[in-house]
Every structure is written in C-alpha cells, then in structure tokens.
Design a protein around this ligand. Structure first.
Ligand code: FAD
Length: 233
C-alpha cells in the first residue's frame, strides 16, 4: 500500500470529508476503511443545514433520503478524486511506530499502510458494544463489527479513554439500538492542531475525539484538512 502524505483511518463523516478536501487540493491521501460498503454511512438520513462546500452537502439529495443512496453518492465523489485519493478496504489493527513517531498502521489483512501523517477517524468503533433489546454484540453500528485490535493496541501504548454512548431511535423499518464506545480522553487530544499528543505525526478527528452530529463531524473534517494544508505548506 502506497506511501501517502496523509493516511486517514476511517471513511466516515469526518475522515471522508477531510480526505475529499485534501485530495481536491492535490495532497496524496490514503483513506483506509474496514468496509467499502459503509463509506460515509449515516445511522439515519442526514438533514440540512450542512457546511457550505462540503462533501456532505454535495452528496445530499432531498429527493432521495435513503441512507444507502447517500452513501453511494458520497463514495462515488471520493472515488472521483483519484489519483490523489486512494480509497481502500482494510482494518487497522495497530499503529506502526519508528521510535515515538507514527509512520503508518498495521492491518488485519497483512500489508502495512504508511503515511507521513496518520489520522484516526474511527468514530464509534473503539471498544464498541451495540445493544438492541436483549442482544449485545461488538459493533460500532448496526451490521458493522467493531474489532478490538486497534483499541487494545492504543491501550497498550498508554492512551486513555472515556466512555460514550449514542442511541438510534426506532424507525418504521429498524428497531432502535444503543452503542457504547470509547473516545480519546480530552487530555489526549489538542483541539487546535488535532494532534493526539502522546505520539508524533498522529491526529484524531470526529466522534473518536469529540461529540456532535453529522454536520459537526463534516465541519471538523474540513477544519482538519485546512490545518494539514497549512502544515504541509
Ligand atoms: P463514523 O461515521 O462512524 O466513521 C468511522 C469509520 O471508521 C467507519 O466507517 C468505520 O468502518 C471505520 N473504522 C472504524 N475502525 C476502523 C479500523 N480499525 N480500521 C479501518 N476502519 C475503521 N449524528 C447525526 O447527525 N444523526 C444521527 O442520526 C446520529 N446517530 C448516531 C447514532 C449513534 C449510535 C452514534 C454513536 C452517533 C450518532 N450520531 C448521529 C453522531 C455522529 O454524527 C455520527 O456517529 C457520525 O457517524 C460520526 O462521524 P465519524 O466520522 O466520527 O465516524
């Protein structure tokens, strides 16, 4: 897997938004995500207002609010950013380190993915448990598993976390459920620079570092992209 200027783990709202903006400005971006079928996949249909000029705004179609259709439009726009953007399926299982510097991630599939800067945009998938009625499983979203490896690796490296919870109400087609997950402890993350301070070259964005709705996650993705563009000069 290529050596990217920015390697982003997690193609949700924050990660996809950041990747889309960076690639649009000519940065070589790797966007690694555990399932291409859930790129920028909402729990419930997004509702405006959205950040101006965002991927979220571009992928929204008021005539077709189905979450799968929204996901397909967002994914097509990301794929259209090739060759600057490489969107690919892999599950990050741990950070790849050279001393105190993060140089990429290890993956469940085997090959490592390298980046000069590494961004964790893993949403509600760290140590996640989904509860629906009496049933509980390791998942960060309905039908999407949350594998323990990355979270366990971050714990081993000394990162501290807080517990968070999100809920999806009943809809006409799906029963409601709750997801309990871990987010980085606020002291691990620096809001102005997105840095996860414990290690060099490591950044965090989205629900794994703060709370908010889709529009907020998208805004944060854009803010990260602008910050990295300044760093990259
Ligand atoms: P996500 O959109 O969850 O994206 C994270 C991505 O990272 C996923 O695609 C996942 O597959 C990938 N990933 C995770 N771990 C790995 C790994 N190890 N390797 C590779 N890829 C990985 N906000 C709203 O505005 N409306 C709602 O209805 C709403 N409902 C919510 C319901 C729940 C249960 C929760 C927890 C939150 C909800 N939110 C909602 C809040 C928030 O806006 C969403 O969670 C949003 O999806 C977060 O964006 P994100 O980019 O941080 O993470």
């Amino acid at each position: 897997m290529g050596n990217y200027q920015v390697l982003i783990v997690g193609a949700g709202f924050a990660g996809s938004e950041a990747a889309h903006r960076l690639a649009g400005r000519g940065v070589r971006v790797g966007l690694l995500t555990q399932s291409l079928d859930s790129v920028m996949m909402p729990f419930l249909p997004p509702r405006p207002p959205f950040p101006k000029g965002s991927l979220l705004e571009a992928a929204y179609d008021p005539e077709d609010p189905r979450v799968w259709a929204f996901h397909a439009r967002a994914k097509a726009r990301l794929e259209a950013q090739a060759p600057h953007l490489h969107l690919f399926q892999a599950t990050a299982t741990g950070l790849l380190l050279e001393g105190n510097k993060v140089v990429g991630v290890r993956t469940w599939e085997g090959p490592v993915a390298r980046g000069e800067r590494v961004v964790l945009a893993v949403g509600s998938f760290l140590g996640a448990r989904l509860r629906m009625g009496e049933v509980e499983e390791e998942a960060g979203r309905l039908s999407e598993a949350s594998y323990p490896d990355l979270y366990e690796d971050l714990l081993r490296l000394g990162f501290r976390f807080v517990e968070r919870e999100g809920a999806v109400p009943d809809t006409p087609t799906t029963p409601g459920y709750r997801v309990r997950y871990r987010a980085f402890h606020p002291e691990e993350w620096e809001e102005a620079t997105f840095r996860l301070r414990r290690l060099a070259n490591l950044y965090g964005v989205g629900l794994c570092v703060l709370e908010g709705d889709y529009a907020r996650m998208s805004e944060e993705g854009l803010r990260l992209a602008e910050h990295l563009l300044r760093e990259l000069g």
